[in-house]
Design a binder for this molecule. Structure first.
Ligand code: ADP
Ligand code: MG
Length: 574
């Protein structure tokens, strides 16, 4: 009883403080920074915003294990714990929509936010579960009238809305514990499916019944009335799940796989789903049975991007004006040079599977047909197209490729499997394609071992400093990272799926610049060390103050962002 009594008295202190600062200048809100015990939770106001138009105030909510009563099995291992945290964050977001009115005065007054959640389940720092206790990190825009404190509205926000939001979560956990259990089990199953790929010689698996198409190019939810996926018998495999029956589906084996078929028959949609299969998805997404080699990387043409010191000579040689392609740099890459650099950089970042779509490729990088070979002499053509290197990539480097190619049969001869999409259903046409390829004369080129060499960044170029020791790391969706004075354009890095990942990447680059770049290590090796540190010690390592807006990126996207920085400078080779 005494505990309850104390709790209420501390809540009263916050009410009292708010009354005291009512109608005063907005800065007076600073006085409410601190801890307040509510009946169901502890509210910690970490940082109060400077004015009603600034970034909202950073707060945390701590719910102890006796109050929230989570079953221990829900956080029995890291994977389940991440899924549980994801579920709680989504519940909070839903409860905000139901219980928070928003707009309670000028600027952002009255808005309550947790980080936004997409279709993927990512490791984040928005919600942390430790030994059954829960920490939620949220943003509150404290209400203002013009630029003065509006204590009445603040009280409604904190003592009605916030209290109701937490209560709603506690109730929903009681009433619908099945949905939480399903969420956590599903994520663990996806990880379990992905783990079986390597031992079965597969790079991807697409389950029967999966829903691959999305609502639209800007809406990642599943399309209504889509044709469910169904694998052809000859390419079907079965994978086990921990919490459900085994799944049958299409197994894409290591090697070179071609996806062909008429226009609009679902080729790119299948490849997109495979791209996203490096991540886990929420139940109901339609892609819970689609899993991919976790290091798989989408390769595309990206003309206009910057390239710094990348050896693209396996693909590009003899450029006009004798430009060196063994350490190729440009501020304005062409389609083919950008696609070549994307491949070499992906190899450096440890990718063993490359995903390529004709829709987003440079034609001259992909193929060169016989008539063009006859017209333009070999020594006038700088490009050795991928079709002539793709078998070396697999045989010498163990790099598999999944390639969508509906417009040319040039890859029939080099493919290990050919899948035809026919009205959104895959057919195995490997034998027919192989027979057709036999008639064609193979194009001969010298064999080559394709290697990415070491690149050591100069420390100075990775500073986020703007002026007088002030950093700037700012993101715009997943499209742009503003890093100090640089703006990095990322809309064509397609497997960067969440703004929270890009935010973390910004801080990771700074962390790398501050702690590792003096050691003169290779760029990828150094970034991997920074990422390892975060993996073992958490995302809070890399931010100057506690935020809840970060999500773990893959090493591939982290490296991809640095590679696109226009100010990246490398040390000379020893
Ligand atoms: P392609 O690359 O073969 O030209 P896309 O993959 O771009 O074709 O698909 C064409 C259209 O068909 C897209 O609008 C996509 O959303 C839709 N689509 C793809 N797969 C399915 C499916 N299984 N059911 C219904 N519509 C689909
Ligand atoms: Mg397409």
């Amino acid at each position: 009883m005494s505990l309850t009594f104390r709790n209420y008295s501390v809540m009263d202190r916050l009410k009292h403080l708010l009354d005291q600062i009512d109608h005063r200048g907005y800065k007076a809100y600073k006085q409410i920074q601190g801890d307040y015990q509510f009946p169901d939770f502890l509210l910690r106001i970490d940082h109060v915003q400077g004015d009603p138009f600034a970034d909202p105030s950073r707060c945390r909510i701590f719910i102890n294990s006796d109050t929230i009563k989570l079953d221990q099995g829900l956080y029995a291992n890291r994977i389940r714990c991440v899924a549980l945290e994801d579920y709680l964050g989504r519940s909070f977001a839903t409860a905000i929509q139901q219980h928070v009115k928003g707009r309670r005065g000028s600027g952002k007054s009255g808005e309550m936010e947790i980080v936004s959640y997409g279709q993927q389940v990512l490791e984040r720092n928005a919600v942390l579960v430790r030994e059954g206790a829960v920490e939620l990190r949220i943003q509150l825009a404290l209400p203002a009238d013009g630029r003065s404190v509006n204590a009445q509205q603040a009280k409604v926000m904190l003592f009605d809305e916030l209290v109701n939001v937490v209560r709603a979560i506690l109730h929903s956990l009681q009433d619908d514990s099945d949905s939480l259990q399903r969420h956590v089990d599903s994520v663990e199953d996806q990880q379990f499916l992905r783990k079986q790929l390597a031992s079965k010689g597969l790079l991807a698996f697409v389950a029967d019944g999966a829903i691959l198409p999305r609502v639209s190019g800007i809406d990642d939810r599943p399309l209504d009335r889509a044709v469910p996926f169904c694998a052809p018998d000859s390419l079907s495999v079965e994978l086990d799940r921990l919490h459900a029956e085994p799944l049958r589906g299409l197994g894409i084996a290591k090697g070179i796989t071609l996806i062909v078929g008429g226009g609009y028959h679902g080729k790119s949609t299948l490849l997109h789903a495979i791209e996203r299969g490096v991540y886990d998805h929420i139940p109901g997404d339609g892609r819970e049975g689609v899993v991919t080699d976790p290091g798989a990387f989408k390769i595309r043409a990206e003309d206009g991007r910057a390239i710094t010191g990348v050896d693209i000579s396996p693909f590009i040689n003899n450029l006009p004006q004798g430009k060196d392609t063994r350490r190729f740099s440009t501020q304005n890459a062409s389609g083919s040079t950008s696609q070549a650099a994307n491949i070499i950089e992906a190899l450096a970042s440890g990718a063993k599977t490359l995903l390529i779509d004709e829709d987003t490729s440079a034609t001259n990088f992909m193929i060169r047909d016989e008539r063009m070979q006859a017209l333009v002499a070999k020594d006038k053509e700088p490009i050795t197209p991928l079709v002539q290197r793709i078998q070396d990539l697999y045989k010498n480097n163990g790099i598999s490729v999944v390639l969508v190619m509906g417009g040319s049969g040039d890859y029939f001869g080099v493919a290990d499997a050919v899948i035809m999409m026919d009205n959104y259903i895959p057919k195995d046409v490997t034998n027919t394609a192989k027979a057709l390829a036999q008639a064609a004369v193979p194009q001969k080129v010298a064999k080559m071992d394709i290697q990415a060499h070491i690149r050591v960044p100069r420390p100075r170029c990775l500073s986020a400093e703007l002026h007088q020791g002030k950093d700037k790391i700012q993101t715009f969706g997943t499209r742009t990272l503003r890093y100090g004075r640089q703006e990095v354009e990322l809309s064509r890095v397609e497997q960067l799926v969440d703004a929270a990942q890009l935010r973390a990447i910004g801080y990771l680059i700074r962390h790398f610049g501050e702690h590792f770049s003096q050691q003169k290590v290779d760029l990828v090796e150094g970034l991997a060390m920074a990422l390892d540190e975060v993996e073992s010690h958490g995302l809070d390592q890399i931010t100057p103050f506690i935020v809840g807006t970060l999500a773990m990126p893959r090493i591939q996207e982290l490296v991809a962002v640095v590679n696109r920085m226009r100010g990246l400078e490398l040390n000379d080779l020893p």
